[in-house]
Design a protein. Structure first.
Length: 76
């Protein structure tokens, strides 16, 4: 069984039902958090992602990755 990550406790993301279909996005942007993971899965580097989505900061991306990693360990 796969558990979903609870993004509500990550300060670098936000969700608004009226924007981006209610998806979790990087705070202050319209970039979905899922875009980071999809690009990494397709062999992009973090540097590539930040270049392609200039509204996202490196600290935000690292925070999201760290939150996902913590969530994975808590679920194990």
């Amino acid at each position: 069984m796969t558990r979903m990550i609870d993004w509500s406790s990550c300060p670098d993301v936000e969700r608004d039902p009226a924007r981006v279909s209610g998806a979790w996005v990087f705070r202050g942007t319209r970039v979905p958090v899922s875009a980071l993971f999809e690009n990494l899965e397709d062999d992009a580097t973090l540097h590539d992602f930040l270049a392609w989505f200039p509204g996202v900061t490196k600290p935000q991306a690292r925070s999201v990755l760290e939150h996902a990693a913590r969530s994975a360990f808590e679920a194990a």
